[in-house]
Design a binder for this molecule. Sequence first.
Ligand code: C2E
Ligand code: MG
Ligand code: MG
Length: 276
Amino acid sequence: MYSSKNAGKDSFTFFESSMRDTLNRQSSIEAELKGSLERNEFHVVYQPKYEICSNTIIGFEALIRWNNTKFTDSNPDEFIPILEQMGLINDVGMFVLDNALSMIKKWQDITQRPLQMAVNISPIQFNDPSLFQQIQQILAKYNLTGHSLEIEITEGILLDATKELKSTLNDMRKASIAIALDDFGTGYSSLSYIKDYPINSIKIDRSFIEEMNKNKTHTALVNAMVSLAHSLDFHVTAEGIECDAQLAYLKELKCDIAQGYFLSRPITADKVTELL
Ligand code: C2E
Ligand code: MG
Ligand code: MG
């Protein structure tokens, strides 16, 4: 039933035993996620972001990890939607933000450079009218201004955007918090509606980068995304760079920021401190 509902109106689905396995796994994960924040099962790792022209680290993306003894293999793509359904994403999101901002303050102090922290914000978090206020409180706690923070949202959120969402995004921009559109190109990207929101940058989805040097259509699409974004005054980040050739090509295209395993995998806070 859920599979048909997800496929849209007037559709039907044949039952497969793998569906029962997925549902069973989801409900077991749900049981394990209850109380996981209080049991300190989450930690945050950081993936460096490089300015391509200078080859220097300009910031990091905070990515959550779950250390659960039963589900050692569960990744955020699997457990974040379950946290969202369970109504726990607001608290977990604030945990990530608090950790990430405390670390960026420390790394700014060490390097004396204006490093920026990018944090993924779930669309569900925008339903909380106090989201902006909570972000401001954490920024103030670490004596930071909005310049130190970039929030990453996905395009889907802009599709059925409410007045409240638009006003929260505007409040964030007024407070100098940067706003990036994550996984760009995979959803419903229409640069015309994007222009109605206070977006600063786009992150080209890694599926395009992966195919770039093999598939001419993808190369043309990346090329077009970079030049369109630049003509709208957005910065462009490429995610998922896994080899030298991809980075070299993105440099030629004048893409601004690079992120990917070729440059660095997400690493623990201690490792970042050593690296700096
Ligand atoms: P995302 O925000 O698009 O993050 C990028 C994902 O790509 C991360 O996966 C990262 O580890 C992975 N990645 C980075 N470079 C490469 C590469 O070169 N090759 C490949 N194959 N992968 C690369 P991760 O950490 O598993 O996170 C998956 C998704 O889960 C994120 O996608 C984001 O949507 C969500 N997520 C992660 N942490 C949080 C969080 O704290 N809050 C929320 N709301 N969502 C989060
Ligand atoms: Mg992201
Ligand atoms: Mg992404």
